[in-house]
Design a protein around this ligand. Structure first.
Ligand code: BG6
Ligand code: MG
Length: 214
């Protein structure tokens, strides 16, 4: 029986996954590094610095630690410019309806995101007070596929991992959920992940009854 649902943020609750892509594409273009949407898929759920390492696989240039930090900061600046335009209109179709439906049914809801921009995004979209717990990139040492971010969310809600369901759009996030001993609903880009327990193209397709069916 599911007692809590932990939602990934970027690409599940808010359409910020596109802004991440645009920020990295701008940085890669400026640095003359080949980058495209296919490579971008590997960055879903992965921390900022680990994302940069994936982008740097396409260059022979050796960047030092300070230079890497500067590149990651630059991308975050471009990303934050885009985040400034965020509003409740950027909440993905079906997300708020599902979150509110679960709350009304007595199910706890949390955010489990690798992003250090989570508090800012929740504020801009009017969701800062919506969730029972927020676990994000500012509070963890290891990002997805490590289960840390989801285990922290479960602990904050006092719900055992086995009674938690994760909603994810990243392959790394589906793996993190499995590693945490949780059930996983894969949406969007993670749709084809074989480890998912349920899948949907969009949260519009998912009802509270579907969650109770686990
Ligand atoms: C995840 C995104 O939610 O957050 C990743 O899916 C991103 O693409 C990661 O790299 C870290 O985000 P931020 O906002 O801390 O740079
Ligand atoms: Mg995501």
């Amino acid at each position: 029986m599911i007692k809590a649902v932990i939602f990934d943020l970027d690409g599940v609750i808010v359409s910020t996954d596109e802004f991440h892509y645009l920020g990295w594409q701008r940085l890669a273009d400026e640095e003359g590094i080949y980058f495209n949407r296919k490579i971008n898929e590997r960055l879903r759920g992965v921390s900022r610095l680990e994302s940069l390492e994936i982008i740097l696989e396409k260059t022979d240039k050796n960047y030092g630690q300070e230079e890497k930090k500067a590149l990651a900061d630059r991308k975050n600046g471009y990303y934050r410019e885009l985040l400034n335009t965020l509003s409740p209109a950027d909440i993905l179709p079906g997300a708020l309806e599902l979150v509110n439906g679960l709350k009304n049914a007595g199910i706890k809801v949390a955010i489990g995101s690798s992003s250090r921009n989570t508090p800012f995004i929740l504020e801009k979209t009017g969701l800062a007070a919506t969730f029972d717990a927020v676990s994000d990139g500012n509070q963890i040492k290891r990002s997805k596929p490590d289960p840390e971010v989801f285990l922290l969310a479960a602990a904050k809600m006092h719900i055992p991992p086995a009674q938690c369901l994760v909603v994810e759009d990243a392959d790394a996030g589906v793996e993190a959920a499995i590693n945490a001993g949780m059930k996983c609903l894969a949406v969007g880009s993670a749709y084809l992940h074989p480890g998912a327990h349920m899948r949907a193209n969009s949260l519009i397709e998912i009802s509270v009854a579907d969650i109770f069916s686990f």
